[in-house]
Design a protein around this ligand. Structure first.
Ligand code: FAD
Length: 285
Protein backbone atom coordinates (compact mmCIF):
# COMPACT_ATOMS: atom_id res chain seq x y z
CA UNK A 1 0.00 0.00 0.00
CA UNK A 2 2.93 2.40 0.32
CA UNK A 3 6.47 3.04 -0.90
CA UNK A 4 8.94 4.83 1.29
CA UNK A 5 10.94 7.48 -0.58
CA UNK A 6 13.81 9.45 0.98
CA UNK A 7 11.85 11.92 3.02
CA UNK A 8 8.29 11.13 2.16
CA UNK A 9 5.99 8.17 2.24
CA UNK A 10 4.05 7.67 -0.98
CA UNK A 11 0.79 5.82 -0.39
CA UNK A 12 -0.68 3.99 -3.36
CA UNK A 13 -4.26 3.03 -2.48
CA UNK A 14 -6.06 0.60 -4.78
CA UNK A 15 -9.59 1.76 -4.15
CA UNK A 16 -11.53 4.66 -2.67
CA UNK A 17 -11.94 2.87 0.65
CA UNK A 18 -8.18 2.64 1.11
CA UNK A 19 -7.71 6.16 -0.21
CA UNK A 20 -9.99 7.77 2.36
CA UNK A 21 -8.64 5.62 5.14
CA UNK A 22 -5.19 7.06 4.44
CA UNK A 23 -6.44 10.59 3.79
CA UNK A 24 -8.33 10.61 7.11
CA UNK A 25 -5.16 9.63 8.86
CA UNK A 26 -3.02 12.18 7.02
CA UNK A 27 -5.31 15.10 6.14
CA UNK A 28 -2.33 17.21 5.06
CA UNK A 29 -1.07 14.61 2.59
CA UNK A 30 -0.39 15.76 -0.94
CA UNK A 31 -2.79 14.37 -3.53
CA UNK A 32 -0.70 13.24 -6.48
CA UNK A 33 -2.38 12.29 -9.76
CA UNK A 34 0.02 12.34 -12.74
CA UNK A 35 2.36 14.75 -10.97
CA UNK A 36 3.02 16.69 -14.19
CA UNK A 37 1.88 19.98 -12.72
CA UNK A 38 3.14 19.30 -9.22
CA UNK A 39 6.64 18.52 -10.38
CA UNK A 40 7.01 21.05 -13.13
CA UNK A 41 8.03 23.81 -10.77
CA UNK A 42 10.85 21.66 -9.39
CA UNK A 43 14.06 22.20 -11.28
CA UNK A 44 16.45 20.48 -8.87
CA UNK A 45 17.84 16.98 -9.42
CA UNK A 46 16.06 15.70 -6.34
CA UNK A 47 12.34 16.11 -6.10
CA UNK A 48 10.92 17.55 -2.91
CA UNK A 49 7.58 16.23 -1.70
CA UNK A 50 5.84 16.61 1.65
CA UNK A 51 6.13 13.80 4.18
CA UNK A 52 2.91 12.07 3.09
CA UNK A 53 1.86 11.74 -0.52
CA UNK A 54 -1.20 9.89 -1.77
CA UNK A 55 -1.01 8.69 -5.34
CA UNK A 56 -4.27 8.32 -7.27
CA UNK A 57 -2.73 6.24 -10.03
CA UNK A 58 -4.02 2.86 -8.86
CA UNK A 59 -7.39 3.87 -7.43
CA UNK A 60 -9.64 1.54 -9.37
CA UNK A 61 -12.86 3.61 -9.28
CA UNK A 62 -11.01 6.67 -10.56
CA UNK A 63 -9.62 4.86 -13.61
CA UNK A 64 -12.94 4.13 -15.27
CA UNK A 65 -14.48 5.54 -18.41
CA UNK A 66 -18.16 4.99 -18.92
CA UNK A 67 -20.53 5.99 -21.68
CA UNK A 68 -24.30 6.10 -21.37
CA UNK A 69 -26.88 7.52 -23.77
CA UNK A 70 -26.82 10.82 -21.96
CA UNK A 71 -23.24 11.38 -20.85
CA UNK A 72 -19.60 10.41 -20.83
CA UNK A 73 -18.28 9.75 -17.34
CA UNK A 74 -14.54 9.96 -16.76
CA UNK A 75 -12.70 8.87 -13.63
CA UNK A 76 -10.63 11.78 -12.39
CA UNK A 77 -7.40 9.76 -12.53
CA UNK A 78 -7.82 8.76 -16.18
CA UNK A 79 -4.94 10.11 -18.23
CA UNK A 80 -5.49 12.55 -21.06
CA UNK A 81 -4.14 10.07 -23.62
CA UNK A 82 -6.46 7.32 -22.43
CA UNK A 83 -9.45 9.63 -22.78
CA UNK A 84 -8.29 10.49 -26.30
CA UNK A 85 -7.78 6.82 -27.16
CA UNK A 86 -10.99 5.46 -25.70
CA UNK A 87 -13.47 8.27 -26.09
CA UNK A 88 -12.44 10.34 -29.09
CA UNK A 89 -15.37 8.98 -31.10
CA UNK A 90 -17.95 10.03 -28.53
CA UNK A 91 -16.66 13.22 -26.99
CA UNK A 92 -17.40 16.64 -28.48
CA UNK A 93 -14.71 17.75 -30.96
CA UNK A 94 -14.01 20.79 -28.88
CA UNK A 95 -13.03 18.69 -25.88
CA UNK A 96 -10.75 16.54 -28.02
CA UNK A 97 -9.10 19.68 -29.39
CA UNK A 98 -8.57 21.07 -25.89
CA UNK A 99 -7.04 17.82 -24.65
CA UNK A 100 -4.77 17.52 -27.70
CA UNK A 101 -3.50 21.04 -26.99
CA UNK A 102 -2.05 19.86 -23.66
CA UNK A 103 1.71 19.77 -24.18
CA UNK A 104 2.95 16.61 -25.94
CA UNK A 105 2.10 12.87 -25.98
CA UNK A 106 4.61 12.09 -23.23
CA UNK A 107 2.97 14.55 -20.82
CA UNK A 108 -0.53 13.49 -21.91
CA UNK A 109 0.40 9.91 -21.11
CA UNK A 110 0.81 10.78 -17.44
CA UNK A 111 -1.33 13.88 -16.91
CA UNK A 112 -4.88 13.26 -15.71
CA UNK A 113 -8.14 15.07 -16.37
CA UNK A 114 -8.71 15.48 -12.62
CA UNK A 115 -5.29 17.09 -12.24
CA UNK A 116 -6.09 19.41 -15.12
CA UNK A 117 -9.18 20.68 -13.30
CA UNK A 118 -7.68 20.77 -9.81
CA UNK A 119 -4.62 22.92 -10.52
CA UNK A 120 -5.19 25.63 -8.02
CA UNK A 121 -3.39 28.69 -9.36
CA UNK A 122 -4.69 28.90 -12.91
CA UNK A 123 -7.15 27.51 -15.39
CA UNK A 124 -5.90 24.67 -17.52
CA UNK A 125 -7.04 23.54 -20.96
CA UNK A 126 -10.10 21.48 -20.16
CA UNK A 127 -11.79 23.95 -17.83
CA UNK A 128 -13.53 26.37 -20.24
CA UNK A 129 -14.69 23.50 -22.46
CA UNK A 130 -16.09 21.44 -19.61
CA UNK A 131 -17.68 24.63 -18.28
CA UNK A 132 -19.56 25.24 -21.52
CA UNK A 133 -20.52 21.58 -21.81
CA UNK A 134 -22.36 21.83 -18.44
CA UNK A 135 -20.14 19.23 -16.82
CA UNK A 136 -20.85 17.86 -13.35
CA UNK A 137 -18.09 16.97 -10.94
CA UNK A 138 -18.20 14.40 -8.19
CA UNK A 139 -16.31 15.35 -5.05
CA UNK A 140 -16.00 12.66 -2.43
CA UNK A 141 -14.77 12.50 1.08
CA UNK A 142 -14.96 9.68 3.55
CA UNK A 143 -18.60 8.58 3.77
CA UNK A 144 -19.94 11.53 1.71
CA UNK A 145 -20.10 12.71 -1.83
CA UNK A 146 -21.54 15.68 -3.69
CA UNK A 147 -22.08 16.44 -7.36
CA UNK A 148 -21.20 20.00 -8.27
CA UNK A 149 -22.01 21.95 -11.39
CA UNK A 150 -18.63 22.96 -12.83
CA UNK A 151 -19.88 26.57 -12.88
CA UNK A 152 -19.83 26.50 -9.11
CA UNK A 153 -16.48 24.76 -8.84
CA UNK A 154 -14.39 27.90 -8.33
CA UNK A 155 -14.44 29.95 -5.15
CA UNK A 156 -14.50 33.75 -5.15
CA UNK A 157 -10.71 33.87 -5.29
CA UNK A 158 -10.73 31.57 -8.34
CA UNK A 159 -9.52 28.43 -6.65
CA UNK A 160 -11.15 25.02 -7.06
CA UNK A 161 -13.68 24.51 -4.27
CA UNK A 162 -12.21 21.27 -2.97
CA UNK A 163 -13.02 21.11 0.69
CA UNK A 164 -10.98 19.49 3.44
CA UNK A 165 -10.72 15.76 2.92
CA UNK A 166 -12.29 15.87 -0.54
CA UNK A 167 -11.06 14.36 -3.78
CA UNK A 168 -12.42 14.95 -7.25
CA UNK A 169 -13.48 11.46 -8.29
CA UNK A 170 -15.62 11.62 -11.46
CA UNK A 171 -16.32 14.04 -14.28
CA UNK A 172 -19.63 13.70 -16.09
CA UNK A 173 -19.92 15.33 -19.50
CA UNK A 174 -23.47 15.45 -20.93
CA UNK A 175 -24.00 14.77 -24.63
CA UNK A 176 -25.60 17.49 -26.66
CA UNK A 177 -25.34 18.18 -30.39
CA UNK A 178 -23.34 21.31 -31.23
CA UNK A 179 -22.46 21.92 -34.86
CA UNK A 180 -20.38 25.00 -34.09
CA UNK A 181 -17.44 24.20 -31.83
CA UNK A 182 -14.33 26.31 -31.48
CA UNK A 183 -11.38 26.24 -29.14
CA UNK A 184 -8.39 28.55 -29.17
CA UNK A 185 -5.33 28.89 -26.98
CA UNK A 186 -3.85 32.35 -27.27
CA UNK A 187 -0.78 33.83 -25.64
CA UNK A 188 2.13 32.45 -23.72
CA UNK A 189 1.27 28.87 -22.73
CA UNK A 190 4.65 28.09 -21.23
CA UNK A 191 4.48 26.40 -17.86
CA UNK A 192 4.91 29.31 -15.49
CA UNK A 193 2.92 31.77 -17.56
CA UNK A 194 -0.50 33.13 -16.68
CA UNK A 195 -0.54 35.42 -19.70
CA UNK A 196 -2.84 33.43 -21.93
CA UNK A 197 -6.46 33.04 -22.93
CA UNK A 198 -8.41 29.86 -23.44
CA UNK A 199 -11.35 30.57 -25.62
CA UNK A 200 -14.21 28.19 -26.28
CA UNK A 201 -17.54 28.52 -28.06
CA UNK A 202 -20.45 26.23 -28.85
CA UNK A 203 -23.39 26.88 -31.08
CA UNK A 204 -26.29 25.32 -32.92
CA UNK A 205 -26.80 26.59 -36.41
CA UNK A 206 -29.75 25.42 -38.46
CA UNK A 207 -30.12 26.52 -42.06
CA UNK A 208 -27.41 29.15 -41.49
CA UNK A 209 -29.34 30.63 -38.59
CA UNK A 210 -28.02 30.56 -35.05
CA UNK A 211 -30.47 28.98 -32.61
CA UNK A 212 -28.14 28.57 -29.59
CA UNK A 213 -24.81 30.15 -28.86
CA UNK A 214 -22.50 30.40 -25.88
CA UNK A 215 -18.87 31.29 -25.49
CA UNK A 216 -16.40 31.84 -22.70
CA UNK A 217 -12.93 33.11 -22.20
CA UNK A 218 -10.66 31.88 -19.42
CA UNK A 219 -7.68 34.03 -18.69
CA UNK A 220 -4.63 32.48 -16.99
CA UNK A 221 -5.22 32.84 -13.28
CA UNK A 222 -8.72 34.27 -13.62
CA UNK A 223 -12.16 32.80 -13.72
CA UNK A 224 -14.36 32.60 -16.80
CA UNK A 225 -15.57 35.64 -18.70
CA UNK A 226 -18.97 35.23 -20.22
CA UNK A 227 -21.21 37.86 -21.74
CA UNK A 228 -24.90 37.00 -22.00
CA UNK A 229 -25.47 40.25 -23.90
CA UNK A 230 -23.03 39.19 -26.60
CA UNK A 231 -24.52 35.69 -26.74
CA UNK A 232 -28.05 37.08 -27.06
CA UNK A 233 -26.85 39.34 -29.85
CA UNK A 234 -25.75 36.34 -31.92
CA UNK A 235 -28.82 34.16 -31.45
CA UNK A 236 -31.24 34.45 -34.37
CA UNK A 237 -28.64 35.87 -36.76
CA UNK A 238 -27.46 34.32 -40.02
CA UNK A 239 -24.03 32.78 -40.13
CA UNK A 240 -21.46 33.90 -41.08
CA UNK A 241 -21.87 37.23 -39.34
CA UNK A 242 -21.00 40.29 -41.38
CA UNK A 243 -18.24 42.73 -40.40
CA UNK A 244 -20.64 45.21 -38.83
CA UNK A 245 -22.17 42.50 -36.65
CA UNK A 246 -18.74 41.23 -35.62
CA UNK A 247 -17.73 44.78 -34.60
CA UNK A 248 -20.87 45.20 -32.51
CA UNK A 249 -20.34 41.81 -30.94
CA UNK A 250 -16.76 42.68 -29.99
CA UNK A 251 -17.90 45.94 -28.42
CA UNK A 252 -20.63 44.23 -26.43
CA UNK A 253 -18.35 41.50 -25.17
CA UNK A 254 -15.52 43.82 -24.17
CA UNK A 255 -17.89 46.32 -22.56
CA UNK A 256 -19.53 43.56 -20.58
CA UNK A 257 -16.39 41.97 -19.27
CA UNK A 258 -14.74 45.35 -18.60
CA UNK A 259 -17.60 46.19 -16.25
CA UNK A 260 -16.55 43.27 -14.06
CA UNK A 261 -12.82 42.95 -14.65
CA UNK A 262 -9.93 45.28 -15.25
CA UNK A 263 -8.61 44.54 -18.72
CA UNK A 264 -5.79 46.52 -20.26
CA UNK A 265 -5.77 47.73 -23.87
CA UNK A 266 -3.39 45.02 -25.08
CA UNK A 267 -5.68 42.31 -23.75
CA UNK A 268 -8.74 44.01 -25.21
CA UNK A 269 -7.01 43.95 -28.59
CA UNK A 270 -6.20 40.27 -28.19
CA UNK A 271 -9.78 39.42 -27.29
CA UNK A 272 -10.99 41.48 -30.20
CA UNK A 273 -8.70 39.57 -32.57
CA UNK A 274 -9.91 36.22 -31.27
CA UNK A 275 -13.52 37.17 -31.83
CA UNK A 276 -12.73 38.45 -35.29
CA UNK A 277 -11.01 35.22 -36.36
CA UNK A 278 -13.60 33.06 -34.64
CA UNK A 279 -16.45 34.50 -36.66
CA UNK A 280 -14.57 34.60 -39.93
CA UNK A 281 -13.72 30.90 -39.92
CA UNK A 282 -16.09 28.29 -41.38
CA UNK A 283 -18.19 26.75 -38.64
CA UNK A 284 -19.12 23.17 -39.46
CA UNK A 285 -17.06 20.53 -37.65
C1 FAD B 1 5.83 20.18 -20.13
C2 FAD B 1 4.42 20.41 -19.64
C3 FAD B 1 3.53 21.12 -20.44
C4 FAD B 1 2.21 21.34 -20.02
N1 FAD B 1 1.36 21.99 -20.85
C5 FAD B 1 0.06 22.13 -20.50
C6 FAD B 1 -0.88 22.71 -21.38
O1 FAD B 1 -0.56 23.13 -22.49
N2 FAD B 1 -2.16 22.80 -20.99
C7 FAD B 1 -2.59 22.36 -19.78
O2 FAD B 1 -3.78 22.43 -19.49
N3 FAD B 1 -1.71 21.84 -18.90
C8 FAD B 1 -0.41 21.70 -19.22
N4 FAD B 1 0.50 21.16 -18.35
C9 FAD B 1 0.11 20.99 -16.95
C10 FAD B 1 -0.36 19.61 -16.54
O3 FAD B 1 0.34 18.63 -17.24
C11 FAD B 1 -1.82 19.35 -16.80
O4 FAD B 1 -2.62 20.41 -16.34
C12 FAD B 1 -2.26 18.03 -16.20
O5 FAD B 1 -3.54 17.67 -16.69
C13 FAD B 1 -2.25 17.97 -14.70
O6 FAD B 1 -2.61 16.65 -14.36
P1 FAD B 1 -1.77 15.77 -13.35
O7 FAD B 1 -2.51 14.49 -13.23
O8 FAD B 1 -0.35 15.66 -13.74
O9 FAD B 1 -1.93 16.65 -12.03
P2 FAD B 1 -0.98 16.72 -10.75
O10 FAD B 1 0.26 17.46 -11.08
O11 FAD B 1 -0.83 15.38 -10.13
O12 FAD B 1 -1.92 17.59 -9.78
C14 FAD B 1 -2.26 18.93 -10.05
C15 FAD B 1 -2.99 19.51 -8.82
O13 FAD B 1 -4.28 18.93 -8.68
C16 FAD B 1 -4.42 18.23 -7.43
N5 FAD B 1 -5.18 17.04 -7.79
C17 FAD B 1 -4.92 16.18 -8.81
N6 FAD B 1 -5.90 15.29 -8.95
C18 FAD B 1 -6.81 15.57 -7.97
C19 FAD B 1 -8.06 14.99 -7.61
N7 FAD B 1 -8.60 13.96 -8.28
N8 FAD B 1 -8.75 15.50 -6.56
C20 FAD B 1 -8.23 16.57 -5.88
N9 FAD B 1 -7.06 17.17 -6.19
C21 FAD B 1 -6.35 16.68 -7.22
C22 FAD B 1 -2.99 17.96 -6.96
O14 FAD B 1 -2.91 17.88 -5.57
C23 FAD B 1 -2.28 19.21 -7.51
O15 FAD B 1 -2.51 20.30 -6.66
C24 FAD B 1 1.81 20.89 -18.74
C25 FAD B 1 2.71 20.19 -17.94
C26 FAD B 1 4.00 19.95 -18.38
C27 FAD B 1 4.94 19.17 -17.51
Amino acid sequence: MYNKAKSSIVYIPKNLGELFQIYNKFPNALIYAGGTYLLLSQNNRTIKLPSNVISLQRVDEMQKLKRTERFLEIGAAVTINRILEKASGVMPNVLRTALLEISNPAVRNIATIGGNLCVSEKRMNSYPVLFLLDTKLELKRSGQSRWVDIRKFLTEDNRPDIRDGEILTRIRVPFEQWNYQKYYVIGDRSLQSIDYFLFCSLGKIEKEQVSHFKFVLAQGDNNIYRSRTAEDFIVGRKFPLNNREISTLKELFIKDISSEHVIDMAKKDKISNILQSMFLEPYRN
